[in-house]
Design a protein around this ligand. Structure first.
Ligand code: HEC
Length: 166
């Protein structure tokens, strides 16, 4: 994966073209808003944006049925969620802005929900976060993540979306 965003590559090409006298080309390439070309987004982000309210409503149902018992009805998580329990396992963290779910990309969040935390942790890691493969469909997983995201303030949504594009 390249660290350099596609936008800056385009900008470089545009600058080179400008140096060769292609001023018009620069204008066309960098507007509107110097945005990345379509297709740069991950499919998950694009789908949830396009399907919007229906996906979020479905996700709320999935959340209440499958996640709220541990992560809290209002996404508040368990008390003292940063402190391991006596059995060495972590409590369920909040999914709201106070938690750290939003520090993860769409891809990783999908993987955690589908495969469980054990799948992304070092071998032997003990966790109460189950994987939902075989319980939830991929769409239901996207839906529950869309619901969780819909509860974040817009600046958090933007930061997490930017992380997902890397
Ligand atoms: C049996 C309790 C339980 C249920 C039910 C549960 N979780 Fe979790 N979840 C946890 C625990 C505990 C963790 C922390 C795991 C760890 O780090 O060891 C966690 C972690 C996570 C994380 C990672 C959060 C982070 O900040 O890294 C995500 C995402 C997540 N859960 C989503 C879900 C979703 C979506 C559902 C419902 C489909 C769900 N969980 C159902 C207990 C649960």
């Amino acid at each position: 994966m390249s660290k350099r965003p596609i936008g800056s590559k385009l900008a470089m090409v545009a600058l080179m073209a400008a140096a060769l006298g292609g001023g018009v080309f620069v204008m066309r390439t960098l507007t509107p808003s110097g945005a990345e070309p379509p297709g740069a987004e991950s499919p998950d982000t694009k789908n949830s944006a396009a399907e919007g309210p229906a996906l979020i409503a479905q996700g709320q149902g999935v959340y209440r049925q499958h996640c709220a018992s541990c992560h809290g009805r209002n996404l508040e998580g368990e008390p003292n969620w940063r402190r391991r329990k006596a059995n060495g396992k972590l409590p369920a963290p909040p999914h709201d802005a106070s938690g750290h779910t939003w520090h993860h990309s769409d891809k990783l969040l999908f993987r955690i929900v589908k495969r469980g935390t054990a799948a992304i942790a070092p071998a032997g890691y003990k966790t109460d976060m189950p994987g939902y493969a075989g319980v939830l469909t991929d769409r239901e997983i996207r839906a529950v993540l869309a619901f969780i995201k819909s509860r974040w303030p817009s600046d958090i949504q933007r930061r997490q979306a930017a992380m997902s594009r890397k």
